[in-house]
Write a protein that binds this ligand. Sequence first.
Ligand SMILES: CC(=O)N[C@H]1[C@@H](OP(=O)(O)OP(=O)(O)OC[C@H]2O[C@@H](n3ccc(=O)[nH]c3=O)[C@H](O)[C@@H]2O)O[C@H](CO)[C@@H](O)[C@@H]1O
Ligand SMILES: C=C(OP(=O)(O)O)C(=O)O
Length: 442
Amino acid sequence: MEKIIVRGGHQLNGTVRVEGAKNAVLPVIAASLIASEGKSVITDVPVLADVYTINEVLRNMNVDVQFNAGKNTVIVDASRQLTTEAPFEYVRKMRASVLVLGPLLARYGHAKVAMPGGCAIGSRPIDLHLKGFEAMGAEIHVGNGFVEANVDGRLKGAKIYLDMPSVGATENIMMAAALAEGKTVIENCAKEPEIVDLANYLNKMGARIVGAGTETIRIKGVEKLRGVQHSIIPDRIEAGTFMVAAAITNGNILIENAVPEHLRSVISKMEEMNVTIKEEAGGLRVIGPDKYNLKATDIKTLPYPGFPTDMQSQMMALMLQAKGTSVITETVFENRFMHVEEFRRMNAKMKIEGRSVIIEGPSDLQGAEVAATDLRAAAALILAGLCAEGNTRVTELKHLDRGYVNLAEKLASLGADIERVDDNEVMVQVDYKNNRIVAKLS
Ligand SMILES: CC(=O)N[C@H]1[C@@H](OP(=O)(O)OP(=O)(O)OC[C@H]2O[C@@H](n3ccc(=O)[nH]c3=O)[C@H](O)[C@@H]2O)O[C@H](CO)[C@@H](O)[C@@H]1O
Ligand SMILES: C=C(OP(=O)(O)O)C(=O)O
């Protein structure tokens, strides 16, 4: 079993560049299914396991997908006749596979996708996606582990109010509505930067979408969309993860390509904790205070522009180092605290009370063997390892590889003592496409 070994106690300094956003590239690649003419050329694509998975989902439907990982480019040609199914083997690996539902339904009037189950962070139903399609005239049938959607002719534009601002439902409905007959209005929709990126992409393809990034998105359906070029926005969660790496090690890191406007809630909370953050031409500079000058604070995760749930576990690692009592309340997912037990194995002083975690800091963290429970938990445990005494061994790296490109290598380039090793603790390099070791480095 592969693991990452971190030996704590090193200050991180230097420059690091963030990749294109995982949560933007997945819907953008899914949306490429709608283009019945031309090729889509997607650039700034991060080389992640999830990108390989979404590419496989599309190939399985007869889409021609070329991934040039060296150039961070995916070229999608969906102009031939496609099949309209996504089996469980893909949805199980990556829930974002359900994002093919909207594009397929809009283009072919039919889609069949395996029902995603729950996962380590909560039950994660897709009822709001399905309600949206139903409002546009689709018939939905759920059975035998699949959801099947059908419509005679084209979907019809509709007024759709989302009970909660779901990112995936907003994306799926927006993609479906782009090809529907007439006008669709989505109210109480998600406002994440990744929604805006997807709307920009669809508009370049010929869609007519306004209001992305606000509570109400209006879409005038068109008959056809064509392939275009699009570059993916930078990953705000990867940027936030490096912000914590600087803050937790009393380091000084310039995070290139970070977009400050996408990180306002994270910046403001870290500033409250005494972290210095400067916007520079090249990106964001983050300077951590001495361990005993990090101040405790409270956070509550919320839909954007609130504090992102995808930064919750990394902030928890930082709060373990802060002086005083910090409280984290998770309101987006019902069960995103699996990492708490792992932190406890590292001598963290914290307890769960309902949807909150109460952290008494600063903890004298001790290295231990810990298992990643989801991808952000993987990053958070590595971050805690950066300031723990002794060796921290993080296992279950399949979660990490879904969402971070070479995190260990990037942290090492900033001065961390960290390596990825195989069973025999020999340092390795990994091929994310085939999920196997390609080189032993020591
Ligand atoms: C690939 C991707 O972009 N993933 C992100 C996306 O996930 P995802 O799109 O799955 O997250 P949602 O915004 O849909 O989920 C938010 C909440 O709404 C609930 N819900 C959602 C849909 C639905 O039909 N019914 C329902 O009840 C979910 O269970 C959850 O409690 O947004 C999350 C919230 O910012 C992030 O943590 C994920 O990293
Ligand atoms: C929860 C996440 O992703 P996903 O929705 O793909 O599981 C995440 O990126 O932290």
